[in-house]
Design a protein around this ligand. Sequence first.
Ligand SMILES: [Zn+2]
Length: 225
Amino acid sequence: LLGERLGAVPVALGHDVRAGGLAEGRIGAGQGADRFLFVPLGTGIAGAIGIDGRVESGAHGFAGEIGHVVVRPGGLPCPCGQRGCLERFASASAVSQAWAEACGDPAADAADCAKAVESGDARALAVWQDAVDALADGLVTALTLLDPRVLIIGGGLAEAGETLFTPLRDAVRRRVTFQKLPEIVPAALGDTAGCLGAGLLAWDLLDTEPTGTIPTTATPPEVTT
Ligand SMILES: [Zn+2]
């Protein structure tokens, strides 16, 4: 519909996480990486597989759904219909739920859990380590299949910074045998990643327009949200 209304202006439509991954890979935390995997840990967990400046969508548009890789067979049921999916253990929502139960405060969330971990609370450390272990199991499956150069972790849970990244790098390092360890880095673009990625998708269309009226050396327009 937008394409019709806008006439000659090309319109791009993208999946939110893959668009965010495109932006993180090109102009964010993975800048210049030829192979990367972007994994945002939010309400759920999704993923974007970056290959040579583009993001793989798969044959049916479902590539990268690492949140539904089973890491605890027979574990907690997932709305997707399987049991034991990664996002049931390592999403920000899953950590919030586990910490609320462990500390007895129904309003406590993943950020509170991270703070409790930093202050040395043993119950919080147990909840946190369970999530980190599940996440490392899922990420090792992904890196065994994809061999990425950079693993970009984003979303609410990544805001815990080194409280997450230090144990996560350790947990991944402990699990790999022959696989090459990717660099594991926090996402750089935050909530604007999806918007910037959508802009890049449209920019790519402009860049390949046969009219040639758009200079290819120009920088992408600034995007405000
Ligand atoms: Zn699932």
